[in-house]
Ligand binder design. Sequence first.
Ligand code: GDP
Length: 139
Amino acid sequence: MSGNITFTIIKPFAVSNGHVGPILNKIHTAGFKISAMRMLWLTKGEAKIFYAVHKDRPFYMDLVEFMTSGPIVVAVLKKENAVEDFRKLIGSTDPEKADEGTIRKEFAESMRANAVHGSDSDKNANFEASFFFSGLQRF
Ligand code: GDP
């Protein structure tokens, strides 16, 4: 599985503002296949665990608040070189620094509400995908 999957979240605001379809369209157009997907509303406990890597950062609790403020869409995406290619497709964390044509440039509102998450390594992609989905080896 390693190397050809990544994990994404379409975050609150992007979901409530009706951007799920357009974002998925960009993902498809860029050559990713959706291996698994569902919509859910994170609990504070789940968000704290999912973002535990950031627990010492000043924005941690703000991030947890934001990510639990509304429904999200989580998905596992498949493509060769998935992690790196998806990070390029989403663009910089800060939408003001994101390149033209990236998902964050088009749909993010701020650093906090930056439309999408994308795994930053194969190890994290596997952890994050397994956090929400089981039996991924079947896809
Ligand atoms: P990413 O890998 O590009 O998503 O960025 P990070 O792993 O550094 O941060 C995780 C998430 O925390 C980002 O996607 C933002 O939603 C949020 N975040 C990062 N930096 C800040 C910040 O300075 N302020 C706030 N409010 N949120 C931030």
